[in-house]
Design a protein around this ligand. Structure first.
Ligand SMILES: Cc1cc2nc3c(=O)[nH]c(=O)nc-3n(C[C@H](O)[C@H](O)[C@H](O)COP(=O)(O)OP(=O)(O)OC[C@H]3O[C@@H](n4cnc5c(N)ncnc54)[C@H](O)[C@@H]3O)c2cc1C
Length: 559
C-alpha cells in the first residue's frame, strides 16, 4: 500500500467508477473484485481495515456444522444455500492465501453411542455436500485415539469422537492482504475515512460521497458512478443516509471470545462442543500459540459496546470446563475480543442464532445505493463476486467472469510451509521470529526483514516473550497504513490477542517507533500511549480481571 498521506492525495476530490464504503472482509472483497474487472475503485474505511467484525471472528474457514443441523432438521433451504456456498468457498480461501490459512482437524467428543453415531452420519453428509471441495474425510475416533489427540478432555462417560476437517485463518491479516492486493491491482484505499454524506445528481441519485478524514478532521469529497455499502453491522445507517425512509434490516448479535494459555488444554486439533445450554456450538481452538474459546450469541443494539464482559467469561468457562479434566479459572485468561454479527433479519422475530448467515444484495431505486448485507467471512469472496455483477449492471457494463476465484493474495505468491527456514538462514533471525513473520506476512516477510539490513536495531524483539520484531512496526506504518497503536498491536502483529498485559508492555516501544515514522510530537506520542493503556485496562476491567496494568518498564516511554 502507499502511505496514507499519498493515498489521501490520490483520492480526495477525485472521480472513480465505484466507491466501496467499508473496509472489512466484504468491502475489501468487493473492491478487489471490481478493480480486477477493470472498474476503477476507491475503498473507504471509517476506522482501521478489519477494525470491526472482520477482526473479531472465530477465525474458522468453514461450511458450518451447525448450519447443517439446521438445514436438515428445519428443512431450511436458506441454511442449506449458505452451507453449500461456504463449503466451496473455504477451499478457495485456503488456496488463495496459503500463508494466512491452514487446514484444521475438528474433534467432536461423544458421551453416548447414539450421539456419536448421529454425529458420524451428520459429518458424512457434510463431506458429501462438499463434494470435490472436501478437505479430508471425517472419521470416528476411538476413546483412546481421542484422548491421545486431546489428553485434557473429560474422560468420564466419553465413548469416542468424530473428527472432521475445516480451515483456520488469521482474519485481520487476511483482510489487510485483500486490501493490499486491491491496491497492487491499481485500486485506492484509505482507512480512518468516514463517509458522512452523499453527493447527489439532479433527481437524487447518488453521484459521490462526502468523507471525513478522522486523522486531520478535514472533510473531502469523492465522485463515483456507483456506490456500494459494505458496512456490515452499520449497513442500516448508510442505507438510511441514502434514503431516510427505508426500514432497518440488520439484526446484530454479539459474539465474545477469550484466549487462554495453550497448556490449559494442550491440543493441535480444535474442540467442537456440540451443544451449549442455549443450543449452540462452542469452539476451543489452538490459535497463535493460545487456546481461542468462543463464542457467545446475544442480540444487541447497534450502539452496544463490544467488549468481553464478566457474564461472557462466566458463560464461556462454564461450558468449556464441562469438557476438561482440569477446570480453567478466570485468572488464566490472557486476552479476549468481541464483535457484532451483521445478520439480515427476516422480520419475523426469533433468536439471532437461528437466523441464516446468508447475504442479501439490495439496490435502492431512489438513490442507486447498492448494499451488500449479512454473510460470513468464509463467503466474502463470493459476496464480492455477486455484488460486482450488480455494479456492472448499474454501470451499463457487460457482465464479466469473476477474476478472484483463483487470485492469490499479496504475500501468498511463492509461499510454502517451510518459507520460514529461508528467512531464518538468510536473515539470521530466531526460528520463532521466522515462523511468526512467515505466518503474518507470507512472502512479504522478506520486505520486513530488509528493513533490518538498513537499520540493524529494527531486528530487536519488541518485548522479550513474543517473537515480533521492531521492523514489523515500521513496515506496518509505511506499507499497511497502520495509524494507531491498536492498529499495530492488534491487527498487524496480533500481540494484543496473545496477551493484553504483554501488549501494554510492548506499547511504549511501538509508540516510539510510530512517533518517528509518523512525525508525532512527544506530547502526541505520550497521549497515544496513555489512551492505548487505558483501552486495554478497560478490557481487563470489563472482563472482571483484577488489577490495573501499566507498562512494566517506563524506560522507553515517550515523554
Ligand atoms: C463473534 C463472531 C465470530 C465469527 N466467526 C466467523 C468465523 O469463524 N468464520 C466465518 O466465516 N465468519 C465468522 N463470522 C462472521 C464474519 O466475521 C462476518 O460476516 C464478516 O466479518 C463481516 O464483514 P463485513 O465487512 O461485512 O463487516 P465489518 O468487518 O464490520 O466491516 C464493516 C466496516 O464498515 C466500516 N464503516 C461503517 N460505517 C462506515 C462509514 N460511514 N464510512 C466508512 N466505513 C464505514 C466499519 O468501520 C467496518 O470496518 C463471525 C462473526 C462474529 C461476530
Amino acid at each position: 500500500m502507499k502511505s496514507r498521506a499519498e493515498e489521501l492525495d490520490n483520492i480526495a476530490g477525485r472521480q472513480f467508477d465505484l466507491c466501496v464504503i467499508g473496509g472489512g472482509a466484504t468491502g475489501a472483497a468487493c473492491a478487489l473484485e471490481a478493480q480486477l474487472r477493470g472498474i476503477r475503485t476507491v475503498l473507504l474505511e471509517a476506522g482501521d481495515f478489519a477494525g470491526a467484525t472482520s477482526g473479531a471472528a472465530t477465525k474458522i474457514v468453514h461450511g458450518g456444522v451447525r448450519y447443517l443441523e439446521e438445514a436438515v432438521k428445519g428443512a431450511d433451504f436458506q441454511q442449506y444455500h449458505v452451507l453449500i456456498r461456504a463449503l466451496h468457498e473455504r477451499v478457495r480461501m485456503l488456496q488463495n492465501a496459503p500463508h494466512l490459512t491452514r487446514k484444521l482437524r475438528f474433534i467432536v467428543p461423544g458421551y453416548s453411542w447414539i450421539k456419536v453415531a448421529w454425529l458420524d452420519v451428520g459429518l458424512k453428509i457434510y463431506d458429501w455436500l462438499a463434494g470435490s471441495s472436501r478437505i479430508s474425510p471425517s472419521r470416528f475416533l476411538s476413546k483412546e485415539e481421542t484422548l491421545q489427540r486431546m489428553p485434557g478432555l473429560n474422560q468420564k462417560g466419553l465413548v469416542g469422537s468424530v473428527g472432521y476437517a475445516d480451515g483456520q485463518f488469521d482474519d485481520a491479516r487476511y483482510n489487510i492482504a485483500l486490501v493490499e492486493t486491491f491496491t497492487v491491482a491499481g485500486g485506492n484505499a484509505l482507512n480512518y475515512a468516514r463517509v458522512t454524506d452523499f453527493r447527489r445528481a439532479p433527481g437524487g441519485m447518488i453521484s459521490g460521497v462526502v468523507v471525513k478524514d478522522h486523522l486531520s478532521g478535514n472533510p473531502f469529497t469523492v465522485d463515483a458512478r456507483a456506490v456500494v455499502n459494505a458496512t456490515g453491522p452499520f449497513s442500516d445507517s448508510i442505507r438510511q443516509l441514502a434514503t431516510p425512509a427505508v426500514a432497518r434490516r440488520m439484526r446484530l448479535s454479539k459474539g465474545a471470545h477469550i484466549l487462554l494459555p495453550l497448556d490449559v488444554f494442550p491440543t493441535q486439533d480444535a474442540l467442537l462442543i456440540p451443544k451449549t445450554e442455549d443450543g449452540r456450538v462452542l469452539f476451543a481452538i489452538p490459535w497463535g500459540g493460545r487456546l481461542l474459546v468462543g463464542t457467545t450469541d446475544e442480540e444487541i443494539a447497534p450502539d452496544a459496546e463490544l467488549v468481553v464482559t464478566e457474564k461472557d467469561v462466566e458463560y464461556l468457562l462454564r461450558h468449556l470446563n464441562k469438557y476438561l479434566t482440569r477446570s480453567v479459572t478466570r485468572d488464566e485468561i490472557v486476552s479476549g475480543f468481541a464483535g457484532a454479527r451483521p445478520l439480515v433479519g427476516s422480520g419475523d422475530g426469533g433468536d439471532t442464532k437461528s437466523l441464516a448467515r446468508d447475504d442479501v444484495i439490495e439496490v435502492d431505486p431512489l438513490s442507486g445505493l447498492i448494499s451488500i448485507m449479512g454473510g460470513k467471512w468464509t463467503t466474502h469472496r463470493a459476496m464480492g463476486e455477486d455484488t460486482i455483477h450488480r455494479v456492472q449492471r448499474a454501470l451499463g457494463l457487460r457482465r464479466t467472469e469473476s477474476p478472484t476465484r483463483n487470485h492469490v493474495l499479496h504475500g501468498g505468491e511463492g509461499f510454502s510451509c517451510d518459507s520460514w527456514e529461508k528467512l531464518r538462514s538468510l536473515y539470521q533471525v530466531s526460528e520463532a521470529t521466522a515462523r511468526h513473520l512467515a505466518s503474518k506476512f507470507g512472502a512479504a516477510a522478506e520486505k520486513v526483514l530488509a528493513l533490518c539490513l538498513e537499520n540493524a536495531a529494527l531486528a530487536q524483539l519488541i518485548i522479550a516473550d513474543h517473537p515480533a520484531i521492531q521492523a514489523e512496526v515500521v513496515y506496518s506504518v509505511r506499507k499497511e497504513m497502520a495509524s494507531t497503536l491498536e492498529d499495530v498491536l492488534a491487527r498487524r502483529l496480533g500481540l494484543q490477542f496473545y496477551s493484553w498485559r504483554a501488549a501494554i508492555d510492548a506499547a511504549p516501544v511501538v509508540a516510539l517507533l510510530m512517533a518517528e515514522e509518523l512525525h508525532w510530537s512527544g506530547t502526541y506520542a505520550a497521549s497515544a500511549l496513555a489512551r492505548y493503556v487505558e483501552t486495554i485496562n478497560h478490557f481487563l476491567d470489563a472482563a472482571g480481571l483484577s488489577g490495573k496494568c501499566s507498562p512494566s518498564s517506563t524506560r522507553n516511554c515517550p515523554q
